[in-house]
Design a protein around this ligand. Sequence first.
Ligand code: TRP
Length: 332
Amino acid sequence: MPDTKRKIILSGMRPTGKLHLGHFTGALENWVGLQSEYRNYHLVADYHALTTNLDTSMLHENTIDMVIDWLAAGIDPVESPVFRQSMVKEHTELFLLFSMLVTRNRLERNPTLKEQARDLHIESDNLVYGHLGYPVLQASDILLYRANAVPVGEDQLSNVEITREIARRFNREYGEVFPEPEPRLTVFKRLPGLDGADRKMSKSLGNTVLLADTPAEVDAKMRKAVTDPQKLRKNDPGRPDVCLVFTYHQKFNPAETGEIREGCESGALGCVDCKKRCAARISEFLAPHLERRAALEQDRPLVEDILVDGENRARAAARDTMGAVRTAMKLG
Ligand code: TRP
């Protein structure tokens, strides 16, 4: 029996394939931590992926690769349905109804969209209708499960705000159907990518450590990481607070940060050694993940079954909400 007292969380990610350390610290870790306290729904936002990439040839494989990382990180699919947005048709239905409740102007002012358009060099005349409506689809993801909370990074706050506005607008117009979901910010800020402290880790920037990387791969990638540009020689004093390798130490090697800071600042610790130690800690951290990941890789049909099961359960909840929506709106 589903536990009806626990509050509901909806978390989602676009299927971009294998995940990296930034996904872990920025999202997954948070999801796993919230599992026992809430009823969770974990959504693969495959429709959302189409807003920036029409090529669907890798969509399925990317979905399975990503879900393997979710499961290996500790998402329990028995407790919490894991499912694809495109397999629960109610998302599109609610998306259409919600699209009547938000103005074009509101969507054009959305800072997340503006930032994305800038990063991807999309001129406003070339922005597709579905991309403008991205947060409306996201609102349907969240509210279809009547979620009370949404774990997100800072970059998603404006999308959650639009969800809250849509919920309020619907409730005012047709009666109380939806809760106003709260954003749950991740505790640890997003990890910088290997190419510099001010760029986040991102596959399209090619500056990632994947959760699937072997110790040799982690080592090779860390060797190329950018450090404090003022520390040119081993014995030059460095500034840990501007060095991204130090940020990684803080996350994956907390016990030794004091010693690393001292060594870096005094010049006793060179960047090559510092990076080696960091790579070793990251690989230790990833070892159990790699092992669980490898087992799931061997059984991709099991992962497909997990999705189908999750979709059946998500669909039941979604139908229930759509029933309430139709009644409230006196449709049909
Ligand atoms: N927009 C989110 C991202 O890019 C992905 C997403 C889609 C999502 N639907 C969601 C996140 C619903 C939270 C809730 O990261």
